[in-house]
Every structure is written in C-alpha cells, then in structure tokens.
Design a protein around this ligand. Structure first.
Ligand code: PHE
Length: 460
C-alpha cells in the first residue's frame, strides 16, 4: 500500500461500505417499480439469474482489479498492464460515469430529504392519492426545492468523503448500513401484518410465465449493473482499499447478497402496502413518492412511518453517493497527487454544477426541461439514459474484458486465490473466468444492441 492511501479497518468495513454503495435508490425506488411494471415474479427470477451470472462475476473482477492495483480506476489499467495502454480509457470512462450519475442521483436523493422535511412538518397530511400526486408533481418541478436539496445533499456527501476512507466512508457506512437494515426489517414486519401481504408474496415470487418478454430480460440485465454499482469503478476503487489478505470472493458474495436481499425486501414492503391500499403495482416511478406516504397517511402513527421511510431512502442514497464521489476523488488523489480536501472539493463542485440542469429539468417550460435533449428526453432523463444504457454497460464490458483477457493468467489466478479458500479451488476459478470471458460480454452486447433498437426485430 502506498503511503497516505486509505485502507479499510476490517473486512466487515469493506462489506458495509460496498453494500452501502450497492444499496441505493436503485433498490428502494427503481427495482420495485420496474418489477411492478414488468408483472412481478418472472421478472424477479430473471433479475436473480442476471445477478448471479453477470453481476457477481463482474463484482469479483472489479474488486480483484482494485485490490491488485491498489490504485484508482484510472491508474489501475496501466499499472496492471505494465505500461501505457488503451485500456486506460475504461478508467477515464469510469470517472466520467460517476460524475454523470451523481449529478442527477443527487437530485432524486434531494427529493427524499424534502420528503423527510415534509413528513416532520405535517406536509404529508394530505388524505388522498390525487393530492399526493400533485405534491410529487410540485416537488419535481419546483426549481427552488430542487436546487436547495441538490446543494444540501452534495454538501453532506462531500463532507463525508473529505473525511477519508476510515474516518469518513467507513464510519458513515458502519452507522448507515445497520440502521438501514433495521429500518427495513421494521417496515417489513409491519407489511406482513397487512391484508395485501399474501398477494404481494405471490406477485413477487409467483412465477407468472406469461409476463416474460425480451424487453423484461434486457431491463433486468441493465438494472443488475446499476444496482450493484458495477461498470464505473466504484467497486474497483473500494477494492483498492483492501489488503492482500482479504478474501475478495467472500466480500463480493456478501455485498451482492445484501444488495439482492434489500431489493427483495423493498418489494415486500412496497407491494403489501400498495395492494392493501387498493393501488396498482404498475404505477411506475411514483410508487415510492406517491404510494408510500399515501399508505402511511391512513395509519395510526403514520407520521412516524413516513419519517422512517424517507430517512431510510435518504441513507440508502447517501451511502451510494459517497462511492460515486470517491471514484473521482481517488483519481485526483492518486494520479494527480492532490490532497483529499482539494480533490473532493473539485469533484463535488463539478458534480454540483453539472447537476444544476437536472435540478431544473422538472419544469417543462425551461431549456433543461424541454424534451429534446436525447430523443424525447429532458436533460435529467437524458443523463440517466446515457449513464444506465451506455456508460455503465460499456465500462462493465471494458472491466470484464481487461480482467478476463488482458490480465496475465498467473497473476490473476494467484490473486483470485489470495486470502480465499474458495478462490484456491480450480473449478471455481475456471467457472468465474469462463463467465467473465463469454457470458458477460455476450450479455452486455445484447443490451447495447437492444438500446440501439437493433433487437426489436427479434424480440418484438
Ligand atoms: N447502486 C446504486 C443504487 O442502486 C447506484 C450506483 C450506481 C452507485 C453506480 C454507484 C455506482 O442506487
């Protein structure tokens, strides 16, 4: 380890931080609503297969590359290739992707903060679905609200990342992740008491084969990147703070398991509430911001539940945002030799500025709200589209390609086994390598062809 680079205090710290990165708005907000829109059970099953066959192998690959190089995502490729290499482009893409994602992620995270404020001040005592719909519409389009919370959220994120690995990221994750799991469990316990729980269980785990479409498969695959924070070096950067004694496979499996568990728990919290209130599972992105406060509104102690839920959403978003910012900060610290405060200040400032158009995108009459940026998308949606459909899969392809094809086999094999009993088993190593060499690239290329609209003829 080079002098001055951080390192995790323990293996558990890595898992908590990595799980904190993985568990985010993707789990709590996006996964339930795309599951709802795709008809439930079959989609969930496909998603689980994608996590296992694509997500987990890349996760192990990313963490492994980081631990081998002990460098930022930009430094990793030349360092492991033994000199300047075109693969370095994958690192640059990763830093850019982190900046792009965080710029709009911060805006959505800001809504969760705003809803905490509303819940605390009685602003969620609205009574009917229409009023909650209107409230979400107002929140989405109000420039003052969006800019204020975007600023606040970026400040909080930056302060934690300036604290460094052990004092900032690790300490925050050690508090945020257990709290999040406790809150989820409390909400889940409550959800099991609702009439709609049985229906929800059937919806999420019943195998409704008729709802499988090519589109659903592709969406499930794309989401497995986003939800596991793969394809932009977040896991690679966190892996770079591991020591050679740490078990890469165990921590990768644990991180993936926690992320998947929380996504399923989120469904089992959201759907019973949705069904019990007589609402539709397929209502889209509003599921969290409209249905949840509406459901809580009718409950005894509903205020407390609303506060709990939106604080939870905020925590989940914060620990993901920390990892997004750390990728760019680590690059400036390692490659440019900057001090941590200076690196974080510049990275956060850039993200903040780039997020302003996203914060203003909710007003359709403005330049950024106009739906003509990429296709028929406003600025915010264009950034999300660019990052989720292009930058992450491309980065994932690069990382998998480098780890599976460019890295020397001896070094890779030794590193895979270092600190890990399972990693020493030949069959496990070969299975991982084959997945990374063939299954992963094919799956990613399919997603991209789909995004280009070239698969429509096949899948309809
Ligand atoms: N995984 C995070 C979520 O589910 C988002 C994220 C993507 C974080 C990429 C870091 C890197 O919300």
């Amino acid at each position: 380890m080079s002098e001055g680079r951080g390192q995790w205090g323990s293996r558990l710290s890595f898992v908590l931080a990595a799980a904190g990165s993985a568990v985010g708005l993707g789990n709590m907000w996006k996964f339930p609503y795309i599951t709802g829109m795709n008809g439930g059970g079959a989609f969930v099953l496909i998603y689980l297969v994608c996590i296992l066959l694509v997500g987990l192998p890349i996760m192990i690959g990313e963490v492994l590359l980081g631990r081998m190089s002990q460098s930022s995502v930009v430094g990793t490729f030349p360092k492991l290739a033994g000199g300047p290499t075109p693969w370095a482009g994958v690192g640059w893409l990763g830093v850019a992707t982190g900046v792009v994602i965080l710029s709009y992620y911060s805006v959505v995270a800001g809504w969760s903060l705003h809803y905490v404020y509303l819940a605390l001040t009685g602003g969620l005592d609205l009574g009917d679905a229409e009023a909650f719909g209107a409230l979400f519409g107002e929140t989405y389009s109000d420039p003052t609200v969006n800019l204020t919370y975007h600023t606040l959220f970026m400040l909080i994120t930056a302060v934690i990342v300036v604290g460094g690995i052990q004092r900032g990221v690790e300490r925050a994750s050690r508090i945020l992740m257990p709290l999040l799991l406790i809150m989820m469990t409390a909400l889940l316990a409550y959800a099991t008491t609702l009439d709609g729980f049985g229906d929800a269980l059937d919806f999420v785990f019943g195998f409704h084969v008729e709802s499988i479409t090519g589109e659903a498969v592709l969406e499930a695959l794309g989401h497995s990147f986003f939800t596991l924070s793969l394809g932009m070096g977040a896991m690679l950067t966190y892996g770079s703070y591991l020591s050679k004694r740490d078990d890469v496979i165990a921590v990768s499996v644990a991180t993936t398991a926690v992320d998947t568990l929380v996504a399923l728990m989120a469904c089992l919290v959201l759907f019973p509430i949705t069904f019990s209130a007589g609402m539709e599972a397929s209502s889209g992105p509003g599921l969290v911001f409209i249905n949840m406060p509406l459901a809580f509104d009718g409950l005894p102690g509903g205020h407390a539940w609303s506060v709990l839920f939106f604080v939870l959403l905020f925590f989940a978003a914060l620990s993901s945002a920390i990892s997004l910012l750390e990728v760019a900060a680590a690059f400036l610290i390692d490659e440019r030799g900057w001090s941590r405060p200076k690196a974080v200040g510049l990275a956060a400032g850039l993200v903040f500025a780039l997020g302003i158009p996203s914060a203003l995108s909710g007003d359709a009459t403005t330049m950024f709200g106009a739906t003509d940026w990429i296709g028929e998308r406003n600025w915010f949606d264009s950034f999300d589209y660019l990052a989720s459909n292009w930058m992450l899969p491309l980065g994932g392809l690069g990382i998998a390609g480098f780890a599976a094809w460019r890295l020397g086999d001896r070094a890779r094999r030794l590193s895979f086994a270092a600190g890990s009993a399972i990693g020493g088993i030949q069959g496990v190593y070969l299975a991982w390598l084959q997945l990374l060499r063939y299954v992963v690239p094919v799956a990613i290329v399919v997603v991209m062809l789909h995004a280009l609209g070239l698969l429509e003829a096949v899948f309809g």
